[in-house]
Design a protein around this ligand. Structure first.
Ligand code: PBG
Length: 324
């Protein structure tokens, strides 16, 4: 008898068997849908850099949240475009601010939609930086923490289910945790943007949020794409400070870190498939160079396989439809 030949094909030959031995599952339940809510007239306005994604009035955001829920997507992530921006970014902690009002409206119409609020100042500051800017143009880490804490408690009071600080100031998770606890929101979890890289892939988002820095860049507070060990340190610090979920962002150039951080921390992990990653797929699909459906499902499955428990993605609604 010759030694039996090992044939990998045997497991792949029939569809049902492929399904049984599949290691990674992707379902609408694994997705979070980000939305841009804007002050002003009741309409939706396309965002040029992100085909298929619009600026939404509160009423439209409520509709979209309901649609996402109907498709099996459990959560939305809210970004706000305030009526006016100022030096401090005061729109971020205005109890009548855009994210606060949108959160209330969504929770009222769809109590079972989980509302995650992005917590940062860059959408609210006239200079577009994520924190308080000093005379010399640098960002004042500790002064920023006070403002973030105000914004976090305001979002929680509005009914946000999860607070997601995306600013990358040092010590913000612990500071925000203490502020939430003091304000009575001991049960509101923090989803920390822990490993957030200074990335070219946020370009379309900055157009959408009007948050491109007016001067300088974000390299003093966002991470160097070359540094993996540092991402692990960032994640560990956030966990020590009380983060309930950690995030890696963007997703595709950092799949190795999704895996490393997941293995190391064993904490629930989110990956953010960001605006530039979305825009690339949309552009290639529009040019007939990619099959959008197959490409998107492959990307999202890959991010899950790397170790993400869930994926924040602008593809969420399309993907959920394809997965039905
Ligand atoms: C705010 C923030 C950004 C993104 C999420 N929160 C932009 C940035 O850091 O410039 C980017 C999300 C995306 O590109 O989809 N700090």
């Amino acid at each position: 008898m010759p030694f039996p030949q090992t044939r990998m094909r045997r497991l792949r030959a029939t569809r049902q068997l492929r399904g049984l031995v599949r290691e990674t599952r992707l379902s609408p339940q694994d997705l979070v849908y980000p939305m841009f809510v804007a002050h002003g007239v009741d309409r939706r306005e396309p965002i040029d850099a992100m085909p298929g994604i619009d600026h939404l009035s509160i009423a439209h955001a409520v509709t979209e949240a309901g649609e996402a829920k109907a498709l099996g997507i459990p959560a939305v992530l809210l970004f706000g475009l305030p009526a006016a921006k100022d030096e401090e970014g005061s729109g971020a902690w205005d109890d009548e601010g855009i994210v606060q009002l949108a959160t209330q409206a969504i929770k009222e119409a769809h109590p079972d939609v989980l509302v995650i609020t992005d917590l940062c100042l860059c959408e609210y500051t006239s200079h577009g930086h994520c924190g308080v800017v000093r005379e010399d143009g640098s960002v004042d880490n500790d002064a920023t923490l006070e403002l973030l804490a105000r914004a976090a408690t305001s979002q929680a009071r509005a009914g946000a289910d999860v607070i997601a600080p995306s600013d990358m100031m040092d010590g913000r998770v612990g500071f925000i945790r203490a502020a939430l606890d003091d304000d009575g929101h001991t049960d509101t979890p923090i989803l920390a943007y822990s490993a957030k890289f200074a990335s070219a892939f946020y370009g379309p988002f900055r157009e959408a949020a009007g948050s491109a820095p007016a001067f300088g860049d974000r390299r003093s507070y966002q991470m160097d794409p070359a540094n993996g060990d540092e991402a692990l340190r960032e994640a560990r610090l956030d966990v020590e400070e009380g983060a309930d979920i950690v995030m890696v962002k963007p997703a595709l150039p950092y799949l190795d870190l999704i895996r490393r951080i997941k293995d190391e921390t064993k904490i629930p992990l989110a990956a953010y498939n960001v605006s530039g990653e979305y825009a690339m797929v949309k552009a290639a699909a529009a040019a007939g160079q990619l099959d959008e459906r197959v490409a998107v499902l492959e990307i999202l499955t890959g991010i899950r396989r790397a170790g993400a428990d869930f994926v924040i993605t602008y593809h969420a609604k399309d993907a959920a439809r394809w997965l039905q």
